[in-house]
Ligand binder design. Sequence first.
Ligand code: NDP
Length: 324
Amino acid sequence: MRAIVIDKSENGTTAKLGEFPEDALMDGDVTVRVTHSTVNYKDGLAITGKAPVVRRFPMIGGIDFSGIVEVSCHPDFKPGDEVVLNGWGLGETHLGGYAELTRVNGDWLVPLPQGLSRAQAMAIGTAGYTAMLCVLALERHGMTPDQGDALVTGAAGGVGSVAISLLAGRGWRVIASTGRAEEADYLMSLGASEILDRAELGGRARPLGKERWAVGVDTVGSTTLANALAMTRYGGAIAACGLAGGMDLPATVMPFILRGVSLLGIDSVYAPKERRIEAWARLAKDLDLDKLASMTRTIACDEVIPAAHDILAGKVRGRLVVEI
Ligand code: NDP
């Protein structure tokens, strides 16, 4: 079968579109014919080898997929069912979604949410699902739009674009932080009310700044997250999910101890099944599908490797769906 195979050589990581033997699929109780996958930031790291995402070689890349069940010994799934999978080590420790067929643990699968096509589910993908996990975490923390504005960093990226659309749809006034001024119209079309040059959150990390937002979804980390916390209003919260700007956090405790600000950590990979089902159900209900279409570009398998380099260079706008 055709697959994007990541391997390790003396010269580092290699990735190429080629053949992979079907009989080398890993153990699992459900075999799925993959129809769509995506390119997320983590896929960029895995394909280029810029971070040690892949922990088994050879690996089939792709941290998420949607598809149709072919064979199942799992009580919840039967042939013909449409399913979605993201996380659980797919593309890291378990053969991933850039392949015609995959075999997985049925407990990892989520039924395709009603109202979404398989292509739309992957337009959302890990990035959009993570944006929803951030929104759910802020809501669980008791945050509501009457408490102030919502900051989204890495706004023109995948998580950022979906987060803007979701937050604006729930009534938040969204401040979109981006390094791409040319994407201002795009970000406004998703629901942003204000554009903030990302340089304002970069540079030097301040212990405290003017209180500007009640909540935030941060995909960037590092100084950006430190300054986002420093400028959060009394009692506010930032959901942190990313490291596009770096994995350090040069912050002080001042926002926590003087303003009662909370930092909410978001992991999508091992989020429990109930939370996944909740997130996918909310995405199907809340996300404006016209806006989803406007942030999505569809590519073929042979475009994935160049796209992996582009996403790390911050050149991808919104979401990329891969037709397998
Ligand atoms: P994208 O590349 O689509 O988005 C990242 C955005 O961050 C870019 O579009 C850019 O936005 C901004 N950015 C890039 N480089 C820098 C930099 N050096 N300094 C400041 N801003 C920068 O990636 P995704 O949306 O797929 O993922 C975003 C982050 O979230 C990644 O770090 C990813 O690993 C993480 N993630 C974590 C998950 C989890 O489980 N915790 C799950 C999914 C994603 P702009 O051009 O608008 O400035």
